[in-house]
Ligand binder design. Structure first.
Ligand code: SF4
Ligand code: SF4
Length: 160
């Protein structure tokens, strides 16, 4: 009999504890989001889909040094082909592809770029139906001058 009473009391205590936890969380702001209707606010240092910036006149910022490709831990993920411009003696970037399906978003490429030509964006919804469509070419990677300016402004604000 004594055992039954002890068990009943302990069950009531446990139910009370459970109810108090429920009530505590009932009035709290939820930390989960109804994704995809609601999108999360991302940290400024979030590393999403990579992109190439352009100058105000729409020309490439990239100087074709290939440093990003060298530091990328995934073999041949970034592929760049260049040719020498006979007039300016600078390199033209003829081909620039990133296999975003294999990218681990480590940020090495953006960190080492000497001219901040390659940047991480906040785009994280990258799912697709084929691996081939995840290989982004120069056109697909390049942001417009306006978009590039927005990225630069944002980075500048974050630095302050
Ligand atoms: S983020 Fe990392 S894995 Fe992705 S392309 Fe850049 S260096 Fe390579
Ligand atoms: S993106 Fe930057 S690091 Fe990569 S080739 Fe262009 S200038 Fe060099």
């Amino acid at each position: 009999m004594k055992n039954v009473i002890t068990k009943t009391i302990s069950a009531i205590i446990e139910i009370g504890r459970g109810m108090s936890t429920i009530m505590k969380h009932f009035f709290r702001k939820p930390i989960t989001l109804e994704y995809p209707e609601k999108k999360p606010e991302l940290n400024g240092r979030f590393r999403g889909r990579l992109a190439l910036l352009t100058d105000k006149d729409g020309s490439d910022v990239c100087i074709g040094c290939k440093t990003c490709a060298k530091v990328c831990p995934c073999t041949d993920l970034i592929q760049i082909e260049t040719s020498k411009n006979p007039e300016t003696k600078k390199l033209n970037v003829d081909r620039f592809t990133i296999d975003i399906g294999r990218c681990i978003f480590c940020g090495n490429c953006t960190d080492v770029c000497p001219v901040t030509a390659i940047v991480s964006t906040e785009q994280f919804e990258l799912a697709d139906y084929s691996r081939e469509s995840l290989v982004l070419d120069k056109k697909g990677l390049t942001l417009s001058p306006e978009e590039s300016e927005q990225v630069r402004d944002k980075k500048e604000r974050e630095r302050k």
